[in-house]
Design a protein around this ligand. Structure first.
Ligand code: AMP
Length: 397
């Protein structure tokens, strides 16, 4: 494995796997959120500054059978040009004569974007012949697509084997790995993890792993009600996974044995229907009337979380505290975000990672007020679970 910091790019073509799977406006097919393009910019610009040229490959959406206009990367060319302030050439196929000619003829300082790699089914199959073709575009390979590092696809993983001595991580992946490792292996205390979101089942491995590494574990969101029911509270119509009641109790027991302070919400905002127009009340979380459901944490819980968070030195936040997409049930998530921002201002290292808490922190406009916001949803979850991500392994081995 080589390092992007020291690699001699001069006169070389760098094939870079980026994650340009960005949201597009359904009608105009223009980019509605360019976060992922901005996130890849430092790596691209570094290669150019060092005298190399760049061939970008990415997927966009989930095309089913071959090329589909709405998934063409041509729709994002102008956004990439805007972010990089450079011209971008486009190959309307990711392999084939024309594409190879274009990459061969690149001059230092030039950028070529290849068409969506998922227009070939061989991409998701991790096909070797296809990977070898992709590899022809570069003298070296940089993986900077953390968001797809958990996939053993041709352009994310298999292609790396054709660059045994010229493969490396981009700055984005490097930073993602550094941020999670800092949280998981930090010696500073207290360390607090907030795990929210919809279901216990999707976060169970992470929770178990975090019990080994944190002092406080705050449980929020829909999954809290499974814990409350497991402790024989009345949860009314709240989201509950009955298959996980025993598991919830086991986690509580394990936390006690490991002296981890696990905070289950004490009060909750309940609603009579799942809607922003619902009637609402605040009640103790163990006393939710039949027909009502808990959709956010209440003010006492928010206060308790704040006390823990503002004295924490390391914070990991994964998953919202309530149904933050609806304004009536947003307070818990918003206030947690505020507490994390305050803790960060006091010097804590805070990482927001995985799916909807990232959406929430962006929505509140706090993304630059925490230490690190991860760009990789599923990949971040799997990394936190302790799995070895194929895209990362392929570069390291
Ligand atoms: P996840 O992808 O597992 O992090 O779950 C995120 C989703 O959980 C968001 O769309 C939230 O609206 C949802 N969520 C959070 N709290 C609740 C709740 N109390 N009841 C139902 N869904 C919830």
């Amino acid at each position: 494995m080589k390092s992007i910091h020291t690699y001699p790019f001069e006169g070389k073509r760098a094939l870079i796997r980026v994650d340009f799977n960005v949201p597009l406006d359904k009608k105009t097919l223009t980019v509605t959120d360019n976060t992922r393009i901005r996130a890849a910019a430092p790596t691209i610009l570094h290669v150019l500054e060092k005298g190399g040229s760049v061939v970008l490959m990415s997927h966009l959406g989930r095309p089913k059978q071959g090329p589909e206009d709405r998934f063409s990367l041509k729709h994002i060319i102008s956004e990439i040009e805007k972010v990089l302030e450079k011209q971008v050439k486009f190959a309307s196929d990711c392999i084939g004569k024309e594409a190879f000619e274009m990459s061969e003829n690149l001059s230092p300082g030039e950028i070529l974007l290849l068409e969506n790699v998922r227009f070939y089914k061989q991409e998701t199959m991790g096909d070797e012949t296809f990977s070898k073709q992709l590899a022809k575009h570069g003298d070296c390979f940089i993986n900077d697509a953390f968001g797809t590092a958990h996939r053993a696809h041709a352009s994310t993983t298999v292609v790396a084997k054709f660059f045994p001595n010229d493969k490396m991580f981009g700055f984005l992946i490097e930073n993602e790995i550094k941020a999670v490792d800092k949280v998981l292996n930090s010696k500073e205390k207290p360390r607090t993890a907030i795990v929210g979101g919809a279901k216990v089942s999707s976060k169970i491995t992470i929770i178990k792993r975090l019990l080994e590494r944190v002092d406080h574990l705050i449980v929020g969101g829909g999954m809290a009600y499974t814990f409350v029911k497991a402790q024989e509270g009345n949860v009314g119509n709240s989201l509950v996974e009955d298959d996980y009641l025993e598991m919830a109790n086991q986690i509580l027991k394990e936390a006690k044995e490991k002296s981890v302070n696990i905070l289950i919400p004490v009060d909750t905002v309940i609603a009579d229907v799942f809607s922003n127009d619902a009637n609402t009340q605040i009640v103790p979380i163990t006393e939710i009337p039949d027909e009502w459901m808990g959709l956010d944490v209440g003010p006492k819980t928010i206060q308790m979380c704040d006390e823990i968070l503002t004295q924490s030195k390391v914070i990991l936040w994964n998953g919202p505290m309530g149904v933050f997409e609806m304004e009536k049930f947003q307070s818990g998530t918003l206030e947690i975000a505020r507490s994390i921002v305050r803790a960060t201002e006091k010097g804590a290292f805070s990482l927001v990672g995985g799916g909807d808490s990232v959406a929430a922190i962006n929505m509140f406009g706090f993304a630059d007020k925490v230490s690190y916001v991860s760009t990789g949803g599923g990949a971040m979850l799997e990394y936190l679970e302790g799995k070895e991500l194929p895209g990362i392994k392929a570069i390291k081995e």
